[in-house]
Design a protein around this ligand. Structure first.
Ligand code: NAD
Length: 303
């Protein structure tokens, strides 16, 4: 084991799109990784799905293709939660975004993980304080929130709960660095964490302007692409995330604030009801597989 690793054993609970990626990356960086998912063959299925998707998109993943199989083999799939976490130093929960489910898992983790283990949630929207209490060790609970890790988005939001010890936050940050990612530390609990919130502010404004008929979504994307030099704008990114997912996330913020300005526009709901969900359905703001923003003329002034 490399000297730079802050500890040895990582357990991942839930091996869907995010959990499987976290497990692969941890294994690649030399951790002993065990995973649990009640869905039979979940890790292998998700592994194949991610591999196929990234190959189809011609993405160069942060784990070289030649090392994928070895990493997958190094990840040990275990048949029950207790055995998965019994000797873990860090447990990362990546189960569906549902408060009841997460609460039940954190209760069980509190009973079955070693007393010194750190318990982290990869939740996109819930601060760990919403379920830290049931674990019996709120001082060892954290939010560790990934983005699209294998695609090279190598940053992670890190946030403590109401009683997280400073040394636990520091260990979380060390672990994040040890897998080659940048910890974005949130100093006080904040819905949306660090970058998620920045992205959300852009998304909310873009949706407001388009949804109320002020501007064309393509002009917002053009402006963003010209100004930042990025290959896609906010609406293209929302298509990637999935418009139904965007709606649900915006509603989390709205339900928290009850501020009408936080409510996503009706026009977005109408698109979702028509089945226009973005890349996954072939139609969102753009039409796939050849969206207009990738066309040569998209950023050219035309007379
Ligand atoms: N998808 C994203 O882009 C993304 C990005 C960042 C964070 N997240 C967060 O990560 C978490 C997981 O999201 P996902 O997209 O990987 O979901 P997913 O639906 O792909 O995977 C969830 C997995 O959890 C398993 N599961 C369900 N109940 C379980 C239990 N009790 N114990 C163990 N496993 C269980 C399911 O079988 C499934 O394999 C969510 O909290 C989500 O908000 C998702």
């Amino acid at each position: 084991m490399s000297k730079r690793l802050p500890f040895k054993k990582v357990a991942v609970v839930g091996t869907g799109i995010l959990g499987a990626q976290i497990a692969l990356i941890a294994a690649h960086r030399g951790y002993k990784v065990k995973v649990y998912d009640p869905r039979e063959g979940a890790f292998q299925q998700t592994y194949e799905k991610i591999r196929t998707d990234l190959k189809a998109k011609k993405v160069k993943p942060i784990i070289p293709w030649s090392e994928w199989a070895a990493c997958a083999q190094a990840v040990r799939q275990v048949a029950n939660l207790g055995k998965t976490v019994k000797d873990a130093d860090l447990v990362i929960e990546a189960i569906p975004e549902n408060l009841e489910l997460k609460t039940a898992v954190f209760r069980e983790l509190g009973e079955k993980a070693p007393a010194g283990a750190i318990l982290a949630t990869n939740s996109s929207s819930m601060p760990v304080s919403r379920f830290e209490g049931v674990s019996g060790r709120p001082e060892r609970c954290l939010n560790i929130h990934f983005y699209f890790p294998l695609q090279g988005v190598n940053m992670v939001d890190l946030m403590g709960g109401t009683r997280t010890l400073p040394e636990v936050l520091e260990k979380g940050a060390d672990w994040i660095r040890s897998i080659g990612f940048i910890p974005l530390t949130v100093k006080k609990e904040l819905l949306g964490f660090c970058f998620n919130r920045v992205w959300r502010a852009i998304k909310r404004e873009a949706l407001y302007m388009w949804g109320n008929g002020f501007v064309d979504y393509q002009d917002v994307d053009r402006a963003w692409m010209v100004f930042t030099g990025m290959k896609e704008g906010p609406f293209a990114l929302m298509d990637k995330v999935g418009l139904d997912v965007v709606w649900d996330i915006e509603m989390v913020y709205y339900n928290d604030s009850k501020d009408p300005k936080d409510h996503p526009p009706t026009a977005l709901k109408q698109k979702i009801e028509k089945g226009e969900l973005g890349v996954k359905s072939g139609q969102g703001f753009y039409t796939y597989p050849n969206p207009a923003y990738l066309s040569q003329g998209f950023l050219k002034p035309s007379m």
